[in-house]
Structures are given as structure tokens and as C-alpha cells.
Design a protein around this ligand. Structure first.
Ligand code: ZN
Length: 203
């Protein structure tokens, strides 16, 4: 694990679609990376795994829900899914666009036991923030100084940018969400794709 701040760790075994741990009285795992990495994640978590009470998921993409089921079982953690993405995660609705094909091919295990979280909801030290656009129900999560952005944005060469348009559910809504997330924010951005970035308030 890479310790990024006092209480935030990034899991090296999730390279390609990063998952993070926020350590505290109720530690939280943010996202679960690509299917098939559960054991590598557990190995990397080591003793810290014992403190994880919650697993939060930012959105329905396979590279974020990939190990929810095996990790929740192994860690004995509660799973929190973004309320408006739940129909797609449980298969009640097909994922829009290319995501339908990706999900059909990789078929991650579908969680049965979970709670839903919506904008403004709290999970341990995190507050959920609506950030639709990449997917209809995408949530980012914030602490006082950290923004776990999921795929609402990415970073490249020290700048914030969007993920490829092909992957967006609604590009325009995505842009609005990105601006809203950053408005007045001062702290660390932790994206799933790209490197963490220290963000200084623009206003
Ligand atoms: Zn992703």
C-alpha cells in the first residue's frame, strides 16, 4: 500500500483502476478495481483489512465493482452502492452504450447484500456527492480534505480532465458535475484513473 496522506492509502494491486482506503474508527474501501484481483487486494491490505467496515462504490463500471462480492465476504464489510446506479449493477437495466458489452464479457459477481447511498449520505468518514455524467448515478465521496472522484474526472500531467467521451453516459452532465465537484474544493483529488493531485481552490 502507498500511504498518500495521514489516513489515505492507495492499493498498488489495483493499478489501472485504483481503489483507496480511508483509515479511521470505521475504515472504508473506495471502489474495488477489476475482477479477479480480490486476493491480491486482501494480501496488500494485510492487517489494515481488519479495520475495514464499509466498501463504497462510485458507479456501475466493471472496473469499480469487480471485487465487491469477494471482498465484502472476506472483510465482513457492508457494501454501499450508488442508489441511481443500482438497477444497472443488479441487472434490472442494461448498462448504456459500450458498457453493456464490457459487462457481458467480464461478468463480475453481483452483490446481493448491500445498502444504497445517495448524494449527501454519509458512510464512515465520507460524504457522498452526486456527480452524474460518466454514469447516471455516479457518486464521488469527500472528506474535509480529500475528494475520491471515481470516474467523474481524471488527472493527466498535473491537470484535471475528463475520461474519454466514448465512456460517458452524458458528456454535458459530466462536465457540470466536474465543475461542481471542484468548486470551492481545496485538498487532494484521488481519481480511479490518473495520479492523485493536490488541488488549490481557484476562486
Ligand atoms: Zn473506471
Amino acid at each position: 500500500m502507498e500511504r498518500l496522506t495521514d489516513d489515505v492509502y492507495r492499493l498498488r494491486s489495483t493499478r489501472g483502476s485504483y481503489a483507496y482506503v480511508v483509515e479511521g474508527p470505521e475504515s472504508v474501501l473506495v471502489d474495488t478495481s477489476l475482477p479477479g484481483r480480490a486476493q491480491a487486494i486482501l494480501d496488500e491490505l494485510g492487517a489494515l483489512g481488519g479495520s475495514i467496515r464499509h466498501i463504497v462504490v462510485t458507479h456501475y463500471d466493471v472496473d469499480h465493482i469487480g471485487n465487491v462480492v469477494p471482498l465484502a465476504e472476506a472483510l465482513g464489510a457492508m457494501v454501499w452502492l450508488p442508489a441511481d446506479d443500482v438497477p444497472y449493477i443488479v441487472g434490472a437495466k442494461p448498462r448504456p452504450g459500450v458498457k453493456r458489452i464490457i459487462a457481458a464479457v467480464s461478468r463480475p459477481a453481483i452483490p446481493v447484500h448491500f445498502q444504497t447511498v445517495a448524494s449527501g449520505g454519509r458512510v464512515g468518514p465520507l460524504e457522498a456527492m452526486a456527480s452524474p455524467g460518466h454514469t447516471p448515478g455516479h457518486l464521488a465521496f469527500r472528506t474535509e480534505y480529500g475528494l475520491f472522484a471515481g470516474d467523474a474526472l481524471t488527472t493527466r500531467n498535473g491537470r484535471v480532465t475528463a475520461l474519454p467521451a466514448l465512456l460517458a453516459w452524458d458528456r454535458q452532465v459530466e462536465g457540470q458535475s466536474r465543475r461542481q465537484l471542484l468548486q470551492g474544493f481545496d485538498g487532494w483529488i484521488f481519481p480511479a484513473h490518473g495520479e492523485p493531485l493536490r488541488w488549490t481552490r481557484e476562486d
